[in-house]
Design a protein around this ligand. Structure first.
Ligand code: 0T9
Length: 411
């Protein structure tokens, strides 16, 4: 049964018709008002750390095997926020705002136990859309960085999305690095007007310390399974021995087993509340910060004023087009504030190779292509020099000018 009535029903029907001839660019899709979210995609990076305690937990563990397990646990705990929090909070998946080049989302989490965890998220490419992020907790020496874009297709009333890009977790104290690949997903429930995300296929986590995790996703109806199912296995690279499994629903409860005996159960519900992200009040934000930049669009969406939403959105889009045109004429490019594109990262290549060998040699499966720089305009790395220049104020003039450029163009 459709969740929609009246005019929404016919608007949705024509929207579905339009996506049937969809060209793969999710951002360019014009969706009906009730499905629009006032949250920009640049904000989604925050989903990695809504449980700061779990994020820093591996750093405190002495045993490398248990550390690898804690990393896997943390990763699985992020899935619910990443992929089902909109549906839970807003009733369905919503179409996020399409971030402009250079858009920022900055904030931090304050947690009694974990201390302060910093979030820096930046839109490093607009065509195709790519977001890069750096999330770090200095106290515990835990650093996550990554970048991601999406490739989408439409088939039998489902939007299929493949994520391109990777995430890298670093535990400084142990000089350990974890390479994390991102799940594929699809959007179900389109016919009923209440879209939601389901995960599919698999992801891996390869650690420099010699542990490998394979995580398989499936949904309802998949061999009679439950929705949001996940089944993860943690292996030792050297011996090929299976050490732990974690399985259950990534929206609900997961069971950790050491080989076959249950050792732990954990839940994502009320027992495990999230830590809210602290961000500056809009007035104090930089003009490139997401909530400030999109404030007028957000207000229009709140009012349910579709025309005004369109007008305000166009202002930003036109301003961005003009900026790109000007850059082209002047032979310049937009200076990303915190990230830089590189050709390759040796540490990452080493982990990719290691994971590939393990998958082929021990698991007998063909390693999938994990890194496709062409699809994300390069491999994006957190540029600590840029960051320090911003924090110390050495870049104050450039930062001020970038903000002004955007403000002027958007007027
Ligand atoms: C990175 C995440 C990503 C972004 C979103 C596909 C999607 C945009 C990308 C992959 C985050 O770490 C994790 C979670 C959800 C993903 C989004 C779900 C979604 O529907 C959107 C796309 C762009 C749409 O909005 C399609 C419109 C649909 C809601 C209604 C037709």
């Amino acid at each position: 049964a459709s969740a929609l009535t009246g005019s929404a029903k016919s608007t949705w029907a024509s929207f579905l018709k339009s996506i049937a001839s969809f060209n793969g660019d999710l951002a360019s899709m014009t969706a009906p008002p009730f499905i629009l979210s006032k949250t920009s995609l640049v904000e989604y990076s925050a989903y990695w750390t809504e449980h700061p305690k779990l994020f820093v937990a591996p750093a405190k563990e002495q045993d490398p095997e248990k550390r690898a397990l804690l990393v896997l646990k943390w990763f699985l705990s992020t899935l619910k926020q990443q992929y089902s929090s909109r549906s839970e909070k807003l009733g369905s998946e919503k179409k996020p705002l399409n971030p402009f080049l250079g858009e920022l989302f900055l904030g931090h989490w304050e947690d009694e136990e974990a201390g302060r965890t910093e979030l820096i998220s930046e839109q490093v490419s607009h065509h195709p859309p790519v977001t890069a992020y750096s999330i770090f907790n200095e106290k515990h020496g835990v650093k996550l960085q990554g970048y991601n874009g999406q490739k989408a297709g439409f088939a039998s009333m489902t939007i299929n999305v493949k994520q391109v890009g990777i995430a890298r977790l670093r535990l400084e104290k142990w000089d350990e690095e974890y390479l994390i690949t991102l799940p594929a997903l699809h959007i179900e429930g389109l016919v009923y007007g209440s879209p939601f995300v389901e995960l599919e296929k698999s992801t891996i986590i390869q650690s420099s310390s010699g542990f490998f995790a394979k995580i398989d996703y499936s949904g309802k109806g998949w061999v009679g399974g439950k929705s949001n199912s996940v089944s993860a296995e943690l292996y030792d690279n050297k011996t090929g021995k299976l050490l732990y499994t974690i399985s259950g629903q990534w929206t609900k409860e997961l069971v950790v087993k050491k080989v076959k005996t249950e050792v732990e159960r954990f839940e994502h519900g009320e027992k495990n509340p999230t830590t809210g992200l602290t961000i500056k009040p809009i007035e104090e934000q930089d003009p490139l910060e997401s909530r400030r930049a999109w404030a007028k669009v957000g207000a229009a969406i709140d009012k349910g004023d579709y025309d005004e939403t369109g007008i305000e959105k166009s202002k930003i889009e036109n301003a961005q087009r003009n900026l790109r045109k000007k850059e082209k004429e002047e032979g310049t490019t937009w200076e990303r504030r915190y990230f830089s594109a590189v050709d390759k990262v040796d540490d990452v290549d080493a982990l990719v190779e290691r994971a590939g060998k393990f998958m082929k040699g021990v698991l007998g499966i063909t390693p999938f292509c994990m890194d496709e720089p062409a699809k994300t305009n390069g491999v994006w790395v957190f540029d600590t020099k840029k960051y320090e220049d911003v924090v110390s104020g050495r870049k104050a003039e450039e930062v001020r000018r970038a903000g002004e450029t955007v403000l002027e163009a958007t007027e």
